[in-house]
Design a protein around this ligand. Structure first.
Ligand code: NZQ
Ligand code: ZN
Length: 388
């Protein structure tokens, strides 16, 4: 049975090859002192930076820059961005990049006018913003996180070895996001594939929870089937527009709050993955691919019905003359073959994790209770060991 909920998503999306044409009209709605936020330079290489600056100039905006946002943005970078934004009295943030740039821009949005330390307030105490929030718009260049249409914002503190996400409310969602699948063609192969698994993981985190008959589960099975199909095509031909555009749209729907409505969710793969990220700074999607199978094999006995359904409805496993365990295991085996076929990282040792880090990674893992089994610390260590 679906629980009670409110569903509303304020982000306006512009999707397709010509979607950047809508940027001027959107910018005209917001302030004239714009902070242009971007990453380590890919947008300069691809020529997108020049296009965006031209549009901003044509709109008569005063442009201030905050480049160099790293994958897994850090708390130090957040402080630096606050300083730039305050010194220049900016009143709009334009994020051009992937999830890191978008997440970081949302963190800035709630931190610029914050009187307290934003890391402590939002990421350690999980308090909600009580200051003026600067509006954010996004031009997305990397697919996976869903950050373009949600309130998620993940920040890393390397000193304390903590990577923490705060899911902010609607007032922090991007006001608009421009989604042109062609802008993602220049992504390195590794990043593209990491994004594919990030999407899969977002769906599975929300799928493997609850035993009720939820419409969301049917939606998620459809999204998963489309993702599996399109990812196989995109890996062989990264400029296949049909596949890349489908994947971009799946990523948005996987984490724009819709499929979680009315049901519980798990998010344990992300909790373990984020702790690995805090230790290694590894690519987010690959931290998830490396631990997913050991985790799902660990919890499968506690959610056997759902794992059986996953095998049959998503991976076309035949249920004839087989026990529940056999069917469920075949589903995970099919997932494993797909992961290997598309070239995902399957072991945390490939991400730089060594045995001496396991205790610390387990200690940095937040334990959620929405999945089929509440993990003990020993079980987290066991999962990590199996992934070494
Ligand atoms: O920095 P640049 O030079 O732009 O290069 C980036 C970066 O090195 C590159 N890139 C992006 N678009 C490109 C491109 N290179 C060539 N052509 C393009 N079109 O790709 C690299 C990775 O980018 P990044 O933004 O870090 O990747 P992603 O989108 O996966 O974002 C990861 C961050 O998002 C967080 C993760 O934890 C991580 O910190 N997440 C955010 C979530 C949310 N807001 O809801 C949920 C997710 O689960 C996730 O935790
Ligand atoms: Zn993720």
């Amino acid at each position: 049975m679906l629980g009670n909920f409110v569903y509303s998503n304020p982000t306006r999306l512009y999707f397709g090859k010509d979607s950047l044409d809508n940027l001027s009209a959107e910018l005209s709605k917001y302030g004239d002192r714009v902070l242009l936020v971007y990453g380590g330079g890919s947008i300069k290489k691809t020529g997108l930076y020049d296009k965006i600056v031209k549009i901003l100039n044509e709109c008569g905006k005063q442009v201030f820059e905050d480049g160099g946002v790293m994958p897994n943005p850090t708390v130090e970078k957040l402080y630096e961005g606050c300083r730039i934004a305050r010194e220049n009295n900016i009143n709009f943030i334009l994020a051009v990049g992937g999830g890191s740039v978008c997440d970081y821009s949302k963190a800035l949005a709630v931190s610029i006018n914050c009187k307290e330390d934003p890391w402590e307030k939002y990421y350690l105490k999980f308090e909600e913003p009580d200051c003026e929030i600067i509006p954010v718009g996004c031009v997305l260049t990397m697919v996976g996180t869903g950050s373009e249409m949600n309130g998620g914002s993940v920040i890393t503190n390397h000193d304390t070895k903590l990577k923490i996400g705060h899911v902010f409310g609607e007032e922090v969602f991007p006001k608009f996001s421009i989604l042109n699948p062609e802008l993602t063609y220049t992504l390195p192969d590794y990043q593209m594939k990491a994004g594919f698994f990030d999407i899969m993981s977002h769906i599975l985190e929300q799928y493997f929870s609850d035993t009720d008959d939820n419409t969301s589960d049917y939606i998620m099975e459809g999204l998963l089937r489309s993702l599996i199909h399109s990812s196989e095509i995109a890996v062989k031909n990264p400029t296949d527009y049909e596949a890349r555009s489908n994947i971009m749209w799946i990523a948005t729907w996987a984490l724009n709050t819709l499929v979680a409505k009315g049901k519980t969710t798990d998010w344990m793969v992300h909790m373990i993955g984020q702790s690995i990220g805090a230790y290694t700074d590894a690519t987010h999607g690959m931290t998830l691919s490396a631990v997913s199978l050991p985790y799902y094999r660990c919890i499968m006995p506690y959610g056997i019905e759902k794992f059986k359904r996953y095998a049959v409805n998503v991976w076309n496993v035949s249920a004839e003359n087989k026990s529940d365990e056999e069917i469920a295991s075949e589903g995970l085996a099919a997932m494993e073959s797909w992961m290997k076929r598309i070239g995902l990282v399957m072991n945390i040792s490939d991400l730089g994790v060594t045995e001496d880090m396991l205790e610390g990674i387990a200690d940095g893992t937040f334990i959620n209770e929405g999945g089929y089994k509440v993990l003990s610390r020993d079980e987290i260590i066991q999962i990590l060991k199996e992934s070494l």
